[in-house]
Write a protein that binds this ligand. Structure first.
Ligand SMILES: CC(C)(COP(=O)(O)OP(=O)(O)OC[C@H]1O[C@@H](n2cnc3c(N)ncnc32)[C@H](O)[C@@H]1OP(=O)(O)O)[C@@H](O)C(=O)NCCC(=O)NCCS
Length: 123
């Protein structure tokens, strides 16, 4: 069973992400995210979408203080984005995300949900 906890949304300017230097990128994005995005022709769009996803997830989570790099966006084999939260507090929390980007803007939407054990969710 699952119970929705919260939702989050974010929009980013692609140009803002395009201005980030290598060191700043390495502080925010994981190696997997950089390896996916940087070889692409429109790398800043893909990075901006991932930045937006991290911020959307941050808004959807039931606790604060998660570093952006601890939120990782990966892909399944169909190309669908998936989120992994590298935080002990996320043990029973699931995330669903959706990304979209154009030349100027990238947007992401996130839903967090509790994975309930023993068939019942907490009230
Ligand atoms: C996957 C698809 C929906 C992406 O839509 P788009 O308008 O081209 O691009 P968007 O900017 O809105 O979305 C891109 C993001 O979609 C996500 N995405 C890709 N495949 C996905 C899938 N199977 N399911 C969910 N999300 C997916 C990715 O996160 C991608 O960004 P990323 O590469 O940076 O991770 C689109 O390419 C597609 O396959 N559409 C199917 C319908 C179709 O063929 N229409 C054309 C008819 S003329």
């Amino acid at each position: 069973m699952m119970q929705i906890i919260n939702i989050g949304i974010d929009i980013e300017e692609v140009a803002r992400i395009a201005r980030l230097k290598k060191a700043a990128l390495a502080r925010v994005f994981t190696e997997t995210e950089l390896a996916y995005s940087l070889p692409k022709k429109n790398a800043a769009q893909h990075l901006a979408a991932r930045f937006a996803a991290k911020e959307a997830i941050f808004k959807a989570l039931p606790f604060d203080g998660v570093a952006l790099k601890k939120i990782e966006i990966v892909k399944d084999k169909t190309g669908k984005p998936l989120a992994i939260l590298h935080d002990a507090r996320a043990k029973d929390i699931g995330l669903k995300i959706s990304l979209s980007h154009t030349r100027k803007y990238a947007a992401a939407f996130a839903v967090s949900y509790r994975i309930c054990r023993l068939k019942k969710c907490k009230k």
